[in-house]
Structure formats: structure tokens, C-alpha cells
Design a protein around this ligand. Structure first.
Ligand code: ZN
Length: 324
């Protein structure tokens, strides 16, 4: 596969002029939660008018996507599609001036109030004091799961490729869709497929049926975690739809490297195991520590950070207790 490295991305050509824009992702570990240094990816269809799928977190990343696209297309891409309304996937939208920006209508729920998040994230990202404070607070929550002698750290590693939220004005889509929408990119069919509220208030995948490439947003990402048991069940159905019906050759996840079908299958096994073990182990009187011990998904630790399943179980338990 043709790969081109730039300052902040490596662009992997999955089909002619169809690229995964992969930002380096740090593996999340229980002792290093990697607060905000887990960069997000984008996808590019650089044919016809050009289409960008997600625009990353900050303007330097978004500008690099734009520059790469302009070089290949000879002009700025005319369409942006957002997979969901989380900051790390759409805050670069403002760089694509003049493009139509498309997203599912319910995504607006997650974008609301994002203006206020910019200064908060700047503080979290820029202040060692705040990071150390958070590490101490969260370290307490994960007691018993932290290997001995390794303190829980929630610290941003400052690198030259780091985030810079200067100038970000969260810019939601300008065109809302309610269902599956087919776009044309220089004769290439691009299907925008909403899959419901799974990881966020509204998730959408972008599918190139001929090229068998899927831009999946956070439906695929090693660190993704379901908020509750129902969301986990819905998520598993979406994985069934993607893997059994669409059958992609390549999946570009919201974070991390491109998935091949084998890696994708491991994500499905993980979700099945998470749901099955949670359902089998849960009782109204079980404590969180007992449940975590019973559900134990450390057999997936090769593909999935320990923190992901621990947080998933904790969150799902909290939601279940709340619903009672
Ligand atoms: Zn994300």
C-alpha cells in the first residue's frame, strides 16, 4: 500500500486516491490514560469534487488534511462529512470554508455547548497541575487494577505534533441528513449511512461499496466504550451489519491504525464477550469490584487497552443502577 508521511499524519492509499489519514495514537494503558493525546483519524476521497470524512480536533491537523487534499485534487475538497458530534472529529470543520458540511441531524445534540468546551480542553491539555490532580482522583477509582509500583497517570505527552486549540470555533454541519444518503465523487459512489445512537447521540459510517472501504468513526476504535448495556447491544448489531452485510476490506477507525477483516472480527468478539459476561455476572447486589473481577476481559488486552473494558463495565453498572 502506498503510504505518504507528513508532519502529523501518515496517509495510507486504500484505493486509487482514497486515503486513510492516520494520526499517531498512543496505546492507552491503565497507568497512562493518555488524556487527549489519543489523536483522531480522517478519511479522504480525492476524486471529483473531493470528500473529507471528519476533520480532527484542531486547526493544524485540519489544515494539513486540506493541504494534502488540495495538492492531489488541484482544489479544495467540496464536501465534508462528519461521523459524529464529538469534538475530536469535527472541530477542524472551519478550515474547509466553502465546502458543504454534512452530518446526521441528531449529531447536533452533541455539538451543542461545544464553544464552552474549548477553554476547558485548553486547560486540561496545557496544565500539568490539572493533569496531576485528575491522575490522583482517577487513580483512586482504578485501585486494585493498577500494577504495583506504577502510578496511574493522566498526563499529556507534549510533542511537536501535539494539539493546539488556538483559534478553534466549533463549526457544526451546514446540511443535516435524516437517513442514508448517496453522494457522487467523480463517478465514485459514497454512501453516508447513519447507524443510530451507539457511541454518541448519532453515529454515521461512510461506505465506498466498490472500493470496499469503510470510514467508521468511533464505531471502530480500540478505546471506544459503550455507555450502557443497551448501547452495547446496539453497537454489536451495527458491527454485525458492517461485518456481515457490507464486508469491508479496510476499516478506517476513529483512532488507531487501519483494521483488516481479522482485526475487525476481534472487535466484534470483544463486544460479544463484554455483553455476555456482564449479563451473566450482574446481580442487583453485586459490588463494582466483584463485577469487574467476574467480567474480566483481560484476554483481549492485546487489541484493547485494559482501561477500556474497566471503564465500560464501571459505566454500564452505574447506568444500570441509575435505571433502577
Ligand atoms: Zn473519537
Amino acid at each position: 500500500m502506498n503510504e505518504i508521511k507528513t508532519t502529523r499524519f501518515h496517509f495510507v492509499e486504500l484505493a486509487e486516491n482514497v486515503y486513510a489519514a492516520i494520526a499517531p495514537a498512543e496505546g492507552l494503558d491503565i497507568t497512562d490514560a493518555g488524556l487527549m493525546d489519543n489523536f483522531s483519524n480522517a478519511g479522504l476521497v480525492l476524486r471529483g469534487g473531493g470528500l473529507v470524512c471528519d476533520t480532527c480536533f484542531d486547526l493544524p491537523h485540519a489544515k494539513e488534511l486540506l493541504a494534502f487534499s488540495e495538492e492531489k485534487l488541484g482544489h479544495a475538497p467540496q464536501t465534508v462529512v462528519n461521523t459524529h458530534g464529538h469534538w475530536d472529529h469535527y472541530w477542524g470543520n472551519q478550515v474547509f470554508t466553502g465546502a458543504r458540511i454534512i452530518g446526521h441531524r441528531d449529531m447536533s445534540k452533541d455539538c451543542a455547548g461545544d464553544k464552552n468546551k474549548v477553554p476547558v480542553f485548553k486547560l486540561l491539555h496545557g496544565s500539568r497541575f490539572v493533569q496531576n490532580l485528575l491522575s490522583r482522583l482517577m487513580g483512586g477509582q482504578f485501585k486494585g487494577f493498577i500494577p504495583e509500583g506504577k502510578p496511574f497517570q493522566m498526563v499529556v505527552k507534549q510533542t511537536e505534533h501535539d494539539f493546539d486549540l488556538t483559534g478553534v470555533i466549533p463549526t457544526p454541519p451546514t446540511e443535516w441528513i435524516d437517513g442514508k444518503t448517496v453522494l457522487d465523487c467523480g463517478g465514485t459512489s459514497v454512501e453516508v449511512i447513519p447507524v443510530g445512537a451507539v457511541h454518541s447521540s448519532s453515529d454515521t459510517v461512510i461506505w465506498l461499496p466498490k472500493e470496499k472501504v469503510l470510514f467508521a468513526g468511533d464505531i471502530f476504535a480500540d478505546c471506544s466504550l459503550p455507555m450502557n448495556l443497551d448501547a452495547a447491544r446496539r453497537w454489536l448489531k451495527v458491527l454485525d451489519y458492517i461485518l456481515d452485510e457490507l464486508q469491508p476490506a479496510f476499516i478506517v477507525p476513529g483512532h488507531g491504525e487501519v483494521y483488516d477483516p481479522v482485526r475487525a472480527e476481534s472487535q466484534r468478539s470483544y463486544f460479544r464477550a463484554l455483553i455476555d459476561r456482564f449479563e451473566q455476572s450482574y446481580t442487583d447486589t453485586i459490588t463494582e469490584q466483584e463485577l469487574l473481577k467476574k467480567v474480566d476481559l483481560s484476554d483481549f488486552v492485546d487489541h484493547r487497552p485494559r482501561l477500556a473494558w474497566i471503564m465500560a463495565v464501571k459505566t454500564m453498572l452505574k447506568e444500570k443502577r441509575k435505571a433502577k
